[in-house]
Design a protein around this ligand. Structure first.
Ligand code: FNR
Length: 367
């Protein structure tokens, strides 16, 4: 059957993957309210399209941290991609590069920064989890720099792992034929099978729960790479992140895998954009599955979006070709949304092109 939208890959992945792997990829935390809300919230934003504008030429390209990319659709870091497909992160890196966009490599990738770099040219960011052992962190950041990664996405919403009940039931662990490649040489590449989630135990053992704003400053002392703070949901934290020298903010709830009952990222976006006051770019991830979602995020002030699960599901279904197809479908849908809204470039997308259900009515009712 022909695939005509990004969501269709999820069912194919469900059929192809072992249950433990599919559940790890698809789950959210606890009641999974935020997981559903990440999608549902997009449907509370409607368009105010402008008509009779010459849309025969549309430019969807943009610049992120000074890097020119083909579209404002990028790849979020997702761990352990070789569980989805033997080519794992290599396939994702090649697909991103072919699409002319940015891939973010997870700290917990099953391919190392050097291996991903060896797939060829491409603009790549490195996602960082801060381990208790800061020598491990410093080494890893240095390796990412040397491998040509262009920015660090510092994940700040994971002092402990969220409670993902399917992983607990499945006794989730990294299959023994794989390792967290970035940590292999440091003897931290394996994950034990435990009597709950193996990943939750790994995080409890290795990841630094004491991480705080002073560490963002510390990170700036060990690298010249720009730092994106990933996992911001409030105006307050946006201001602090900027004061601490963040080069950008990623509004993210970790794909609803950490604290349940946080708002959908598309609901939190505008608050963050207002607090940032244009000082740094604001990005969003979480539930983006349609070109219309991308447009809505940009209309609310995002400079770009990242996708997580669609990459994993398409990778499972068709490897690199699947990831390419996901990127192409989102690009095509986004371009079509622009045309039908009367926007020829990203600059022309404004807040007035959408109306959200939290907006005040535009026309006062006649009494
Ligand atoms: C993630 N995410 C994530 N984030 C991060 O900073 N480091 C990581 O290693 C991972 N790993 C990971 C694995 C899986 C299976 C998922 C689904 C997610 C979160 C990810 O970067 C992103 O925030 C969300 O995936 C975005 O939401 P969608 O697009 O999946 O709805």
């Amino acid at each position: 059957m022909e695939i005509t939208n990004v969501m269709e890959y999820e069912e194919i992945a469900r059929q192809k993957l072992p249950k433990m792997v599919f559940d790890y990829y698809s789950s959210g935390a606890e009641d999974q309210w935020t997981l559903r809300e990440n999608r549902n919230a997009f449907s509370r934003i409607l368009f105010r399209p402008r008509i009779l504008i010459d849309v025969s030429k549309i430019d969807v390209s943009t610049t992120v941290l000074g890097f020119k990319i083909s579209m404002p659709i990028m790849i979020a870091p997702t761990a352990m991609q070789k569980m989805a497909h033997p080519e794992g992160e290599y396939a994702t890196a090649r697909a991103a590069s072919a699409a002319g966009t940015i891939m973010t490599l997870s700290s917990w990738a099953t391919s190392s920064v050097e291996e991903v770099a060896s797939t060829g040219p491409g603009i790549r960011f490195f996602q960082l989890y801060v381990y208790k052992d800061r020598n491990v962190v410093a080494q890893l950041v240095r390796r990412a720099e040397r491998a040509g990664f262009k920015a660090i996405a510092l994940t700040v919403d994971t002092p402990r792992l969220g409670r993902r009940e399917a992983d607990i039931k499945n006794r989730f662990t990294l299959p023994p034929y794989l390792t967290l490649k970035n940590f292999e040489g440091l003897d931290l590449g394996k994950m034990d099978k435990t009597n709950d989630s193996g990943l939750a135990s790994y995080v409890a053992g290795q990841v630094d729960r004491s991480l705080s704003w002073k560490d963002v400053k510390w990170l700036r002392t060990i690298t010249k790479l720009p730092i994106l703070v990933k996992g911001v949901l409030t105006a307050e934290d946006t201001r602090i992140a900027i004061e601490c020298g963040a080069a950008g903010i990623i509004v993210s709830n970790h794909g609803a895998r950490q604290l349940d009952y946080v708002p959908a990222t598309i609901m939190a976006l505008e608050e963050v954009v207002r607090a940032a006051q244009g000082r740094v770019p604001v990005f969003l991830d979480g539930g983006v599955r349609r070109g219309t979602d991308v447009f809505k995020a940009l209309a609310l002030g995002a400079s770009g979006i990242f996708i997580g699960r669609p990459v994993l599901f398409s990778l499972a279904a068709e490897g690199e070709a699947g990831v390419r197809k996901v990127l192409q479908m989102l690009r095509d849908e986004f371009e079509l949304t622009m045309a039908l809204s009367g926007c020829r470039s990203l600059k022309e997308i404004t807040r007035d092109h959408i109306v959200a259900d939290w907006d005040a009515p535009r026309i006062a009712p006649r009494l």
